[in-house]
Design a protein around this ligand. Structure first.
Ligand code: AMP
Length: 111
């Protein structure tokens, strides 16, 4: 998807502060962090959201969820972290490429 910001990050056309990557996902720092640590985990393939007509592959979702604690630990979040997935306009999703927010640190805002 040429017009998708996160696809362009995956393609290396837009720079990002990448902290982890493998054959399925990319994890990079949010450009406007809402906490000490604020990362975005995205699939390399374009999936619009959890509510896409073609929903994300189960194995991919499992991979992403299972990676979260490892990435969080690597960022110093031994005590835990928050995960947020905004879905659709009603859920506050601004970028229509599925992404998991991973947040943590001493100034984690209230929920
Ligand atoms: P959401 O509202 O769930 O769609 O979140 C989109 C997130 O992407 C926001 O927290 C933005 O700050 C973040 N964001 C937008 N553009 C970039 C970018 N170029 N690099 C990193 N994060 C970005």
């Amino acid at each position: 998807m040429n017009d998708c910001l996160f696809c362009r990050i995956v393609a290396g056309q837009i720079p990002a502060d990448v902290v982890y990557e493998d054959e399925q996902v990319l994890v990079f720092r949010d450009i406007q962090p809402k906490a000490d640590v604020h990362l975005l985990m995205i699939p390399r393939v374009h999936v619009e959201s959890l509510a896409s007509p073609e929903p994300p592959d189960s194995a991919l979702m499992a991979h992403m969820c299972r990676l979260l604690p490892k990435v969080a630990r690597e960022q110093g979040l031994q005590e835990g972290f928050r995960t947020v997935i905004n879905t659709g306009a009603g859920g506050g999703q601004e970028i229509p490429h599925l992404h998991l927010h991973l947040l943590g640190g001493s100034n984690l805002p209230g929920f």
